[in-house]
Write a protein that binds this ligand. Sequence first.
Ligand SMILES: Nc1ncnc2c1ncn2[C@@H]1O[C@H](COP(=O)(O)OP(=O)(O)O)[C@@H](O)[C@H]1O
Ligand SMILES: [Mg+2]
Length: 344
Amino acid sequence: MATYAEKSRGDGTLQNGENGIPLLVAEDIIKIYQTGKIETQALRGVSFKVHSREKLFLIGASGSGKTTLVSIVAGITKPTSGKVFWKDLSKDITRSSLEEIIKARRAFAGVVFQDSRLLPHLTVKENIELAGFYAKVPPRIAKKRAEFLLQFLGIWDKRNKKENTLSGGEKKRAAIATTLITNPRILIGDEPTGDLDVVTAESILDLFDRINEELGIALCIVTHSQQVAARADRILEIKDGIIIGRHGKEVILRKLDESRLLEIDRQERIVLPREILQNVKNPTHFTASTKEGKIILNPVFDPNLYKNNIQDVVTCSVCGKLVRDNARFCNSCGSTITNKKGTK
Ligand SMILES: Nc1ncnc2c1ncn2[C@@H]1O[C@H](COP(=O)(O)OP(=O)(O)O)[C@@H](O)[C@H]1O
Ligand SMILES: [Mg+2]
């Protein structure tokens, strides 16, 4: 099946008339943070899609790249390379101007952060209406929608209160209302219940379910909470900047090996779980063959492998392509080659 990139023209504009296209598509996202001389490869080629009305959650250990990934697909952070498509915009947002992104995001995505980001000197209702004003929602529509959201989210009684008199759950509901004032197609959240106690988190999660089911808004949520993950339609697991597999509702975050379905990514990479490698004494090379529809990987422990013809190439740690050991930059993705032989 043709991908967004294949359907798109050279200028990044998507051709019209496509049916059933996903809501959000991320293709080959690479993100390298440069802090002085230190490079951090936060994302090493990540691709995924979110479909209309879907509940997609992203899980992974701290530092695996989750926050970076959602802020890129929300159009807040620019990737080093890769493409992001939002349905209706018909253009790769990584090639769009900030003005275009802000305008398109109003109709497309609501973003929920861990903290509420309400203005403390305004009431809940004023905060919601102000969000509508900034998003250029006509005042009459904003007023009506704010009233609907206050009721839908169960904070009608709190509409004239200011942030400092609200509980954690009420602040969260008010913050969600500010993001829903534009009637977006998707709610993107980075650990949205991470700061709440278990009972309050449960009530906010019920709310996310209702937002999804009754308002038809897709969810793309980062979490490392078991409580949250069990509610997903589909869970993607990210590790060291690569999506390594998917899980279903039965996921137990402490036992990911039991529910993980390994996934080959668009660059035809597959990440073997460390436990499996340890079971066969951590080989660095395999022969690969197929038998009766199965792939057989046979470990090879030959010391000559390290002396002979692989001596002058190394694997680019960002995109995984082979490059000459004496190269300073990767031919494929342009990142600095740091893993030269004889160096650490
Ligand atoms: N602004 C930044 N500058 C430099 N490094 C960063 C920055 N943001 C994140 N990182 C690094 O990128 C990696 C992924 O971080 P992050 O996306 O926050 O992961 P997660 O949300 O899964 O904990 C980490 O190694 C982190 O230290
Ligand atoms: Mg994070």
